[in-house]
Structure formats: structure tokens, C-alpha cells
Design a protein around this ligand. Structure first.
Ligand code: BDP
Length: 598
């Protein structure tokens, strides 16, 4: 699926702004056909944003079930004869969309785009009503999973991950045009050999019998460096300027669908020429060992929740640069495509994660004292759940396959991994990911209950991604006791002969809380905690990355171990640095393996 783009043959119109919005607490709207008329008793709701925190209303914040969004849009006069597409960059967690009275698309999964060809339902110059019902319920058949529980006070959403279940239209909505004969997908795979580069490309078209494809590669200075024709081919780039961490050099691949001398459709794709490879315990980018520094992040902001925001996009990347981070993980779901574009342009390396998080009922049962069924079983995440997970992987790879910044797929965060059923669940998902993208390594993020002697899933992973909390959830406040435990476990993992990225380590820290003897929750403790981990990482060659949990404080559901959310941020939720920020900056901007040019 190609993103909407303005170009010589295509136009797009943003539907962002204030939509009409209403809750559907009694789940009446689908039966009553609420899409057929203007929503009754509706209020204004900005798009993109999570709806939860925008009105000051507990019924909205804690709503479980359907909400309805509606707007009208006038199709541009000039689009007569064009193909018209309605696209949602995301609707969390699932949606059905109508244009006037006609259902045009439905989609499962809160963090990947979907679209509908609405040409037959619109007329250039005329207005249409667009209605979307968005359902925030999490079930055993959603990614991530959850359970809706009926209580005397109404339905309650129970879920097993540690961030607030924000929902709504989190990303942009577009109406866009393409010619009826059009380019429908482009895939590139890049290579490097000495001073030359290559771009293997594959172009899909629709309704374009008899038309030809031609492509040209343009460098950042605007000069054409290679051209070819045919829907599949290879472009050779002598004296290539590679994309590399720290320098997001991009070429433009101009793809044209031509009929004789006529350009029927054109699309420009940014291409970074780089390679990724795992060799022994090394993670190589462009053949050079790469050491990941940075964070697990969240899409999380005051008021807008998970709504994409360009101001914080630019600000967060500025903070990454300030602190010397070269990478982040899209914990725990695919981020807005604007984020990946920015990472491409700025040479920031991305571990790209599906929304599979909280697939670990044994752990949750242990924490809550509740009895849950086995995670991967007919009573919880079953074959249907696995197919939903597989589809989430397909949509992630389809969306992000061309981003040079994406170097590693993470197919699940902290799932149960020590059981036979976990092994059986994940084996085909790893195989699927590799089949979809043979060019990038694949991994999953390991949790404490599946140490090296118990993990049954790590055998499928190219890279070991490990989250550990010695000194926080275990040996709380006892860094001297935590350090040997951490060292011993990492040394065990290192024997696997694969690269290790510690994808989470961190301590909740209340900004402004200080103590002379480092105590948990103080800024001093966070600094000493990180320093302890770094001491251990520096001793173990197989550790090729450190991503602190978390970049910034973030919202969670209420809980007795959360004070106004998770406070493991190195920055507060409004992006002020805690003491750990300067400590990390000293390390990551100082000498170390992360400074090697990849
Ligand atoms: C890990 C999870 C992450 C949590 C973190 C924590 O991967 O989502 O927020 O722990 O407890 O288990 O802070």
C-alpha cells in the first residue's frame, strides 16, 4: 500500500481537524444505523488524537466499546475521472467506515493503515459524509489481548500491558486521488559492494495492462544516478552515498507508469541504501558493527494521548540527538509513519515492533493473584488469535519494508516463552516474518520468567532482545545484589552466540525526588541503576545495544505500583530531563563502541 502523496498525477486532501464524536455506551449505533444521518448529541473531537483525555469526562476516558466519529468532506472539483481513496493512517483498535450510507471498509488492529477505493460512492465537487465507528475493546482475538468484564458498574476493560488503553483516530485521515491505472505498491531492497550500491525494485500496478514502468534514482543533490525500465529490476549506483546511522542520506526513487510518452502515474519513494546483517554476536550495518544506544519509547502525550503530533515528533528527535541516542524501539506497537520518515531522514536506527504485548498470563497472574488460563491455549490466545497476530505482522512489514531506518523486526514484547505452547505459537510467526522480509533480522523481546535455561522461543530469533529489572522488580534498592545476578544471566545468554540488545532496563523515578544515599524512586537511584547496568554491559562483548526503559514518563491504567503513570522516563512526560539524562548524555556522547561509524 503506497502512502498518499501529492505529485504530478496524485493529490491528497487531509481530513484532519474537528470531527463530530459520540459515545455508544449501549452499543446501539450499529443496529440503528447511526451512519445514515448526522450523529445526534455529538461533541467536537480533534483528529488526530486519542479521545480519552480531550473532554473532561470520566465516561469518555474510561469508555469501553464503540465510539462514533463523523465528518463531511467535499471531493475536489478536479478529481473527476480519478480514482478516489479514503485512507485512515490508524483507528485504534478496530473500525468500520461508511461513505454516506455505504460501508466501504472494516479493519482490525489499532496501529496500521487501511483504505477503501470510494470512487463509486463520490462525485468530484460534491460533499460526502464520512462516518467511522471505532471500537476500543481488547479480547483474546485482538493484538494486544485483553478481556472485557461485566461488572455491576458496567463493562471494564482488563488488559495485560503497562500503558493506558488510549483509543480513537490517532493518526491522519486522507482522501486522495490516483489515476484509474495506477502504481499500487513498490518494494526496494538495497545492497552495497565496495563503493557501489544497488537498489532491487519491484513495482505493482493496477488496471494498467499495456502500460510500462520506468524508474529513476535521483540523489540528494537532484542528479539522476541510475535509471531502468520494467516492473522488476536492479539499479546500480556507482560511488554510492550510503544511508548510515547518524546520517540519513536518501535518494529519491521516481517510479512512473507510462503509456507511450504519457506518464499515467508517478510516485516518489525515499530510498536509503544500506545493508543489515547479523554475524556471530555482531549486528552489522553496512558491514560495520553497530552498537544501539537509546530507548524504548511510547506514543504518549498529555491530553492528546497517542495522537500523532509533529511538534513532539521534532522535539523528541532533538532530545535523542542531544542525549546521543542512535536508536529506539517502537515499543509496543507500530508508530506513525511520520516517525519512521523522520528516522530515515536523520539516520536514527529503529527496532520496529508489532502491537503484540501482554501475551504472558502467567506473569500477570503472579502479579495480580488472579487465575488465568494458559496464555497460548483454546481458552485464551488460540489459533484465531495467532492469525490476528500473523496479520499484524503482515501489515507491519507491508507498511515499513522500505524504511532504511528499520533494521530489526520485533514480533512480540515479553510474551510467555518458556512453554511448549509458546514455542508452537511463535515458530510459524518467525517463519512468516522471514518469508515476508528475508532481508532483516527478526526477534522477540524476552522477559525475566524465560531465562536462558527456560526460553523455548529464542532459538528462532536472530538477535536476543532482553528486558531486565534486577535492582527494580527484584533486589529492589539493592544494586550490589542485583549486579552479579545481571552479569551472570547476560553471560549465560552470551553463550548463545547471538547479538544481545538489552531492550529495557530502568527504574521508576519521581522527578525532583532526591536523597544522599540512593533510594528507589529518587533521581540518584536512577543514575546509579543505569551506571550499574552499563558496567556489566561493557564487560560482555555479545551485548551490542542498550535501550533504557523509557524515554519519557507515560500514562498507564491505575494501579498500586503506578503513581500517575509509569515513571521510568529519563525525561518527564513533558520532556524535562531527570538527572539520568545528563548521565546518559555523558556516556553516549563520549567514547565507546556506539561512536564507531557504521
Ligand atoms: C516491561 C514491559 C513494559 C513496562 C515495563 C515496566 O515491557 O511495557 O512498562 O516492564 O514495568 O515488563 O516499567
Amino acid at each position: 500500500m503506497l502512502r498518499p502523496q501529492d505529485g504530478p498525477t496524485r493529490e491528497r486532501k487531509s481530513l484532519n481537524g474537528l470531527w463530530r464524536f459520540t459515545l455508544d455506551p449501549a452499543s446501539e449505533g450499529r443496529d440503528a444505523g447511526w451512519w445514515r444521518q448526522p450523529l445526534r448529541e455529538a461533541r467536537d473531537m480533534p483528529v488526530p488524537a486519542s479521545y480519552n483525555d480531550v473532554p473532561v469526562d470520566a465516561a469518555v476516558r474510561d469508555h469501553v466499546g464503540d465510539v462514533w466519529y463523523q465528518t463531511t468532506v467535499r471531493v475536489p472539483r478536479g478529481w473527476d475521472g480519478e480514482r478516489v481513496v479514503l485512507r485512515f493512517d490508524a483507528a485504534t483498535h478496530r473500525a468500520v467506515v461508511w461513505v454516506d450510507d455505504i460501508e466501504v471498509v472494516r479493519h482490525e488492529g489499532g496501529y496500521t493503515p487501511f483504505e477503501a477505493d470510494v470512487t463509486a460512492h463520490v462525485r468530484a465537487g460534491e460533499e460526502v459524509r464520512i462516518t467511522a465507528v471505532v471500537d476500543n475493546r481488547l479480547t483474546w482475538h485482538s493484538v494486544p489481548p485483553g478481556i472485557v468484564e461485566e461488572t455491576a458498574a458496567g463493562p471494564r476493560q482488563n488488559y495485560f500491558h503497562d500503558f493506558f488503553n488510549y483509543a480513537g483516530l490517532h493518526r491522519s485521515v486522507w482522501l486522495y486521488s490516483t489515476p484509474p491505472s495506477h502504481l499500487s505498491d513498490i518494494t526496494v531492497v538495497t545492497g552495497l559492494s565496495g563503493t557501489s550500491g544497488s537498489v532491487d525494485y519491484q513495482v505493482e500496478t493496477a488496471g494498467a495492462d499495456g502500460a510500462d514502468v520506468r524508474v529513476a534514482l535521483i540523489d540528494a543533490e537532484g542528479s539522476e544516478v541510475a535509471r531502468a525500465s520494467g516492473a522488476v529490476g536492479v539499479l546500480s549506483v556507482p560511488e554510492v552515498h550510503p544511508w548510515r546511522p547518524g546520517e540519513g542520506y536518501l535518494y529519491d526513487l521516481l517510479v512512473e507508469l507510462v503509456d507511450g510518452d504519457d506518464v499515467v502515474d508517478a510516485y516518489t519513494l525515499a530510498v536509503g541504501i544500506r545493508t543489515v546483517e547479523v554475524r556471530g554476536t555482531e549486528f552489522l550495518i553496512n558491514g560495520n558493527p553497530f552498537y544501539f544506544t537509546g530507548f524504548g519509547k511510547h506514543e504518549d502525550l498529555p491530553v492528546r494521548g497517542k495522537g500523532h503530533d509533529d511538534v513532539f515528533l521534532v522535539h523528541d528527535f532533538a532530545l535523542l540527538e542531544w542525549i546521543g541516542a542512535n536508536s529506539f524501539r517502537t515499543s509496543h506497537y507500530p508508530y506513525a509513519e511520520e516517525v519512521l520518515d523522520y528516522a530515515d531522514r536523520h539516520g536514527i536506527v529503529v527496532i520496529d515492533e508489532t502491537a503484540a504485548v501482554g501475551q504472558n498470563l502467567g506473569m500477570i497472574g503472579g502479579l495480580t493473584g488472579r487465575d488465568y488460563p494458559p496464555t497460548f491455549s483454546s481458552e485464551a490466545i488460540d489459533d484465531t488469535g495467532r492469525e490476528v497476530h500473523a496479520q499484524a505482522i503482515r501489515e507491519l512489514v507491508a507498511r515499513d519494508k522500505n524504511h532504511p531506518s528499520v533494521v530489526l523486526w520485533s514480533i512480540s514484547n515479553e510474551p510467555e516463552a518458556h512453554t511448549d505452547s509458546a514455542r508452537e505459537f511463535f515458530e510459524p510467526l518467525f517463519a512468516l516474518t522471514r518469508e515476508l522480509d528475508p532481508t532483516r533480522p527478526v526477534g522477540y523481546v524476552n522477559q525475566m520468567l524465560a531465562p536462558p535455561d527456560k526460553d523455548q522461543v529464542d532459538q528462532y530469533a536472530d538477535v536476543l532482545m532482553i528486558n531486565r529489572y534486577y535492582g527494580w522488580y527484584r533486589q529492589t534498592g539493592e544494586l550490589d545484589a542485583a549486579e552479579p545476578e545481571l552479569r551472570a544471566e547476560l553471560q549465560e545468554w552470551a553463550k548463545r552466540g547471538k547479538p544481545i540488545i538489552v531492550t529495557e532496563y530502568g527504574a521508576d523515578t519521581l522527578a525532583g525526588l532526591h536523597s544522599t544515599l540512593a533510594q528507589p524512586w529518587t533521581e540518584e537511584y536512577q543514575v546509579e541503576f543505569l551506571e550499574m547496568y552499563h558496567r556489566v554491559f561493557d564487560e560482555i562483548d555479545a551485548v551490542v545495544g542498550e535501550q533504557v526503559w523509557n524515554f519519557a514518563d507515560f500514562a498507564t491504567k491505575a494501579g498500586i505500583i503506578r503513581v500517575d503513570g509509569n515513571k521510568k522516563g529519563v525525561f518527564t512526560r513533558d520532556r524535562r530531563p531527570k538527572a539520568a539524562a545528563s548521565a546518559l548524555r555523558r556516556r553516549w556522547r563520549g567514547p565507546g563502541p556506539w561512536r564507531t561509524d557504521a
